[in-house]
Design a protein around this ligand. Structure first.
Ligand code: THU
Length: 161
């Protein structure tokens, strides 16, 4: 029997003030666009913005539905929009934030399982890592170098070959 180890480290910042200016600008924008979310059922507004290598930015917010499972997370709205508007564009960084209307928004949130799978697919599609900046409206901020680090032992396109 062998035991394998998975190591994962990420950066922790105390606030937006500690970020590089370009990252701080993305976080500010992610926070702002939480206002574009359609989340009347959860009251949990999520905003995501992608900085593409081609210089463009694309945004996404969660879009809910009275039939709850139909709702889509901000991250997958963003990835779908990016893939549609700029096919195969390399995404350098995605900043994600949220505004919890029923509580506090003072710690980072991390993408849900389905979104992790979608992020992995996008990385594999364009063969480039996606950097993630995770935050609330205030408080600590996490930076993750490669989105697929959030999904160890993942299932991907290569497994279907
Ligand atoms: N949600 C996102 O959009 N992204 C996340 O990373 C976590 C959750 C949405 C889904 C749902 O509309 C609401 O937040 C509450 O789960």
């Amino acid at each position: 029997m062998n035991e394998e180890k998975y190591n994962f480290s990420f950066e922790v910042y105390n606030s937006i003030d500690e970020l590089q200016p370009a990252d701080a600008a993305l976080v500010s924008e992610a926070r702002k666009i939480t206002g574009n979310a359609y989340a009347p059922y959860s009251n949990f507004n999520v905003g995501a913005i992608a900085q593409l290598k081609n210089g463009k930015t694309v945004t996404g917010t969660n879009q809910e539905n009275a039939s709850y499972p139909v709702g889509i997370c901000a991250e997958r709205v963003l990835l779908s929009a990016t893939g549609s508007l700029f096919p195969n564009a390399v995404i350098d960084t995605i900043a994600i934030s949220y505004d919890n209307k029923n509580g506090k928004s003072n710690h980072p949130i991390s993408p849900c399982g389905i979104c992790r799978q979608s992020l992995l697919e996008y990385e594999e599609r364009v063969k480039q890592p996606i950097r993630l900046i995770l935050s609330g409206l205030e408080g600590k901020i996490y930076i993750i170098k490669k989105a697929s680090q959030l999904l160890p032992l993942s299932f991907g396109g290569d497994d279907l070959k």
